[in-house]
Write a protein that binds this ligand. Structure first.
Ligand code: PMP
Length: 351
């Protein structure tokens, strides 16, 4: 720690993502990336944009991407915000809607970026324990002091909560903002976006990183009442009025426009996931019912950390968390059929 550091830096505990070993001999199932490349239209759009546009600043209001997202979800452009990955959208949302003297709530086991942002922006928080089966204790989110943030489906548990529960949480927090982080919603859940027209305190955050295969491009977005979007725009403009660059903007536009490709690849991932769940069960794992592009699994006789290390020695990366309640679980991203077969073959050898 340095004397030069501000209090903000001193209290920060940076988020540590899964290892990024991009060697071709590694099967990388540790950061929930999509195993398939983005729609071929993405490359065409990027090449077109590179042809004479890059010397110009991008649109400060992120038009036309916001209008493409708006028409895709049947809302207006004033109800859409875009940012540099949903991580940035979430960071701006913490700044825009949560307060330094009112505790926010999020699940005890959840996306580990939330406590990082809360500490960074000096927002007090309390965590809500999950039920024994890892489902949400919905009532425990009622009457929060400073707001609620939760992912649906939750990460890393992969469990999806019906939107009727989200609606109850909204009804019982009329004075504060409820952020629903839907990074994995396209793999089997129903989005809460339809509730935004009735609840002006709901902000739904999604990403192009998972179901649209654009993790490398960094485009996330939020949908909510124009009053909430206005607040996010103010925060964004205070940092950088050009949050999303030209290539990211046209790439995301092309990916969102290609619904047929999106449907084909997400359906394939869901099919591979269900096969992987049965195969993992057959070798002794208990696997939570997943609505995401990953599974959360624990083995009856071998410790998760041991399995993680042995898989790594075999050039297969999965995610293990040294954290309370989940340290005997592995989070395994769904890859191609071939990658999952390699994983299973290696697990059979280890076990
Ligand atoms: N929310 C959750 C629950 C996630 O797991 C992730 C991916 N790590 C994100 C948000 C952020 O995704 P991105 O910044 O790539 O949009």
């Amino acid at each position: 720690m340095s004397n030069y550091w501000s209090d903000m830096v001193k209290r920060t505990e940076p988020y540590v993502p899964g290892e990024q070993l991009n060697r071709s001999d590694i099967i990388k199932l540790n950061t929930n990336e999509n195993p398939y490349p983005p729609s071929p239209r993405v490359k065409e759009a990027i090449l077109r944009e590179m042809d004479g546009q890059l010397q110009k600043y991008p649109s400060p209001s992120a038009t036309p991407l916001r209008s493409v997202i708006a028409s895709h979800f049947g809302v207006t452009e004033q109800e859409v915000f875009v940012g540099n990955g949903s991580d940035e959208v979430l960071a701006f949302s913490f700044m825009a809607f949560f307060h330094q003297h009112r505790k926010i709530r999020f699940p005890e086991v959840t996306y580990s970026f939330y406590p990082v942002y809360a500490k960074l922006f000096a927002i007090p928080y309390e965590t809500v324990p999950l039920n024994a089966d890892f489902t949400l204790d919905v009532d425990a989110f009622f009457h929060s002091e400073g707001g609620v943030i939760l992912p649906n489906p939750n990460a890393p548990t992969s469990l999806y909560e019906d939107i009727s529960s989200i609606e109850q949480i909204l009804q019982k927090n009329p004075e504060t903002v409820v952020i629903v982080d839907e990074a994995y919603i396209d793999f089997g859940g129903t989005s809460a976006i339809e509730l935004t027209s009735r609840y002006d305190n709901l902000l739904v955050v999604q990403t192009t990183s998972k179901s649209r295969s654009l993790a490398g491009m960094r485009v996330g977005y939020a949908i909510g009442n124009p009053v909430l979007i206005d607040a996010l725009m103010r925060i964004k403009d205070s940092f950088n009025s050009y949050t999303v660059d030209r290539l990211a903007m046209v790439a995301a536009t092309a990916a969102i426009d290609d619904d047929a490709y999106f449907k084909r690849t997400t359906e394939k991932i869901v099919q591979t996931r269900e096969l992987a769940i049965s195969a993992l069960q057959q070798v002794g794992f208990t696997v939570l019912p997943s609505k995401t592009n990953f599974v959360f699994a624990t083995h009856a006789s071998v410790q998760a950390e041991t399995l993680y290390k042995q898989l790594k020695e075999n050039n297969i990366l999965v995610r293990h968390f040294n954290a309370p309640f989940i340290d005997n679980y592995l989070r395994i991203s769904i890859g191609t059929d071939e990658q999952m077969e390699m994983l299973l073959t290696t697990l059979r050898k280890i076990l």
